[in-house]
Design a protein around this ligand. Structure first.
Ligand code: NAP
Length: 236
């Protein structure tokens, strides 16, 4: 068990990539708290993960939600692993991005990561904690006909935050890393293509098959191994 005795908090752990990471952490012996908004999704995740998982419903795009998570986490032992995974993607043309979409993206993809990590700092395990931010390849790689100005901007900001925190928190023994997945088959991905015309969906599929080394998009389970590694003492 590579994470035995460790306590992990996974935001957005009720679905997609976060759920796969939570599942792998539990398998490796960690105590896991998952956070999402929708109680039904959290219940479904608990059914899948087992009663050992702790769940909390909170909206991290609002400061009250961040407060609720911090308060809940502080009631237990120190947190060894924080996975800032919850995120939102509006892959819409630059000229149509609304101020509301802009605020939502930054509130969840950047502000929540910043302040959740800051406010949990006193409760992170001294000397060996690991913070893992889930970024995206869209921070640095664009895809033809996939307008990503807002999403790329928010994930680029997350990458900068990750690098600067690695330097600021490293001397305290807190590691900060990011994982930047390519396209992964999740509800987020399906939402982002469902409104594309059929021809555009086919074109995207062909592009992926051409440009991804394995000729397929990622599965959520593909992300579990790297997350377990970064969370474990092997990555010290
Ligand atoms: N899928 C991809 O192709 C891909 C590629 C690269 C990077 N990523 C990144 O990977 C991360 C996870 O994406 P995913 O595809 O797994 O998404 P997903 O399947 O849509 O799952 C998102 C998770 O986050 C939770 N969540 C969403 N908004 C929240 C909020 N305001 N407060 C608290 N929890 C919230 C959701 O639960 P509720 O809806 O119940 O709140 C759910 O548990 C994101 O940061 C995304 O940018 C995804």
């Amino acid at each position: 068990m590579r994470l035995g005795g460790k306590r992990a908090l996974v935001t957005g752990g009720s679905d997609g990539i976060g759920l796969a990471i939570a599942e792998a952490f539990l398998r490796e012996g960690a105590d896991v708290l998952i956070v999402g908004r929708d109680g039904k999704k959290l219940d479904a995740a608990r059914k899948q993960l087992g009663d050992n998982v702790d769940t909390l419903s909170a909206d991290l795009s609002a400061s009250a939600g961040i407060d609720a998570v911090v308060e809940h986490a502080r009631r237990g032992p120190p947190v060894d692993i924080l996975v800032n995974n919850a995120g939102v993607a509006f892959l819409v043309p630059f000229e149509t991005v609304s101020e509301d979409q802009f605020q939502q993206s930054f509130a969840l993809n950047v502000t929540a990561v910043f302040f959740l990590t800051q406010r949990l700092l006193p409760h992170l395990a001294p000397g060996a904690a690991s913070v893992i931010n889930i970024s995206s390849y869209f921070a640095h790689k664009m895809i033809p006909k996939r307008p990503s100005s807002l999403y790329s901007l928010s994930k680029g900001a997350l990458n900068s935050l990750t690098k600067s925190l690695a330097f600021e928190l490293g001397p305290r023994g807190i590691r900060v890393n990011a994982i930047a997945p390519g396209t992964v088959d999740t509800a987020m991905r399906r939402r982002s293509i469902e409104n594309l015309p059929e021809a555009a969906q086919a074109e995207l599929k062909a592009y992926v098959e051409r440009s991804y080394p394995l000729g397929r998009i990622g599965w959520t389970s593909d992300l579990a191994g790297i997350a377990v590694y970064l969370a474990s003492d092997e990555a010290a």
